[in-house]
Ligand binder design. Structure first.
Ligand code: GLN
Length: 304
């Protein structure tokens, strides 16, 4: 029997991944090897050690899955988000670095504020809600998710992180769902926002992710319209609605929020300089008082 060292295993994985056109082949080879060999290969380790037959079989199996296009994150079963690993697998959207922009935006917006009530809509793995609970001073965090498959990972992540987030299995587009939550300081959402046309040209790996977590309707904006309509009234006065958006959707999403009466509607860009978030402030009372002022002016005029 041929004796393979860990070094050979990584070299062979790396070569096969490169031949399949995978860009970060060496890095992926180390990640896959680490998983197959049963220890973390990110740092330094004894590469001259011999792999067992079982380890070699594991490597072959994982490589076959990766070469079929399955995302590395599903194969290894977890992915880092904002410095912490989250369990993920088929049926849940993989946490993405772009989405960390939402966390940074929320931290800036709620600096120094205490006892926050937060709702994470379309929560998926829960990476947003669970991270916000850790990074902000929260009283209650609600994670709303429609699908059982994603709910499985959401619940596992909540318990692995000893988080106090409450998982709610419900459809965010259904007006009845809003009744399950209290008034919130922050409603945050990374909805499905891929357009019907883009859905036909998804990257092979992305096509493994649940369609329901990606498809946002013909123009990709279905969820923004529905959530603004159904959930604005669940914000406290001065509460913030914060969305992740797809590249180039900022004007349309800002317009949806402005038309619904949000104030101070703004964007925030991700590390690549792409506008990745749109947020705005609920300001019912000021809107009311402006109308009152106008009314008073009219009355004054009539009195003249
Ligand atoms: N960011 C994902 C992508 O690149 C889309 C996720 C979403 O629709 N929220 O396809």
């Amino acid at each position: 029997m041929v004796n393979y060292t860990y070094k050979d295993v990584i070299a062979s994985l790396s070569e096969k991944l490169a031949a399949a056109g995978i860009t970060n082949y060496y890095w992926e080879a180390r990640e896959l090897a680490g998983f197959a060999l049963g220890f973390n290969c990110r740092g330094k380790f004894d590469q001259t050690a011999k792999a067992t037959g079982e380890q070699i079989n594991n490597v072959a199996l994982l490589l076959a899955r990766r070469l079929m296009g399955e995302p590395l994150q599903y194969i290894i079963g977890e992915w880092d988000f904002y410095g912490e690993p989250f369990e993920v697998g088929a049926g849940a959207l993989i946490p993405r670095a772009d989405t960390e922009t939402l966390i940074n935006a929320a931290k800036k917006l709620f600096e120094g504020k205490a006892a926050l009530v937060v709702a994470d809509l379309c929560a998926g793995t829960g990476c947003i809600g669970i991270t916000l609970e850790r990074e902000l001073d929260c009283k209650e965090v609600y994670c709303v998710e429609k699908y059982e498959t994603a709910m499985y990972f959401l619940k596992r992540n909540i318990s692995a992180k000893r988080s106090g987030c409450r998982a709610i299995l419900a459809d965010v587009k259904d007006a009845e769902t809003t009744k399950l939550l209290p008034q919130a300081d922050l409603i945050v959402c990374n909805p499905p926002y891929v357009t019907d046309e883009e859905m036909t040209k998804l990257q092979k790996e992305v096509a493994f992710e649940p369609e329901e977590a990606l498809r946002g309707g013909e123009d990709g904006l279905d969820f923004y319209r529905a959530i603004v309509r159904e959930w604005k009234y669940k914000l406290k006065d001065d509460g913030i609605m914060l969305f992740e958006i797809g590249a180039g959707q900022e004007d349309e999403v800002m317009e949806i929020m402005i038309q619904a009466g949000f104030k101070d509607v703004r964007t925030r860009s991700d590390m690549a300089g792409i506008n990745r978030c749109v947020f705005g402030k609920n300001h019912e009372y000021e809107a009311v008082s402006l109308y009152e002022q106008l009314d008073n002016k009219n009355n004054e005029r009539t009195a003249d």
